[in-house]
Design a protein around this ligand. Sequence first.
Ligand code: ZN
Length: 318
Amino acid sequence: MADRIALEEHFICDCLMPYLDADIPHVSADAKARLVADLSDFGERRLAAMAAAGVSRAVLSISGPGVQAAPDAAKAARLAHEANDVLAAEVQRRPGAYSGFAHLAMQDPAGAADELERCVRDLGFVGAMVNGHTGGVYLDDPRHDPFWERLQSLDLPLYLHPGDAYRLPYVLEGCPELRQPVWEWTTETASHFLRLIYAGVFDRFPKLKIVLGHMGETLPFMLWRLDSRTKFLADKRPLALPPSAYLKRNLFVTISGQFDDVPLAAALSALGADHVMFSVDYPYEDSGEAGRFLDRAAIDAETRDKVGRGTAAALMHL
Ligand code: ZN
């Protein structure tokens, strides 16, 4: 029996349901009812899915966008606090099976830092998840420096989860098939991480640990090219290192929703097994398929153990 840790495993609570509703308009009524039932359950349904994936500990997070879609900052902070308390109660009920990622109102970065610290120190959470931009503001904006400082001092990861583009890129207009998880979220989230590099966030906070799902949103394929083309840029902000060095140092990826040997080989080759972790993306992916993929992936036993558990345990001090 595998003893895996998974860290892109979602839930929903009543207070954040309206934001989820607005985010999945394209799903049929039946599928939506099933998703909401899976997301709302902290008992047999979820535990059975974990068992099917060989997961003994799931780090739970809100199914996005959550309060990041709330225009009112005070309301966002209040609802995030409430959602974190709901999660803390469930973690307390099953401390052997669940851990938590903080849900944060990034409209107020200093307030988000305080809420993160409350979640870590008082509720025992092991990091945070942020769903892309907040009202069109990305995390490379200097207003987030107090937040980064606090996250770095807590030595815990931030999971940068996809969210919708602030404005739909023109190339995606008229092609609804490319919206959201098929392609939009990949470019949106990879670009968000690259913004952190080029804005110098990792020079100011070199110990930050950022997690991307979906095998790194294609970035493990891009190290050489990013270095090669960045060298020739005329108007670039100063960077201490080539882009690939930040990708190797500050980026951690999960295999969530990418159960395929080719991108796994790329991620392991580009970043190393100490930066690659198992995850499912419950309930949006099939837990059994995720588990069987890692059981059979073309990797050696030591790498399988690191990806399944060791890397995540080290990252979150579990
Ligand atoms: Zn997800």
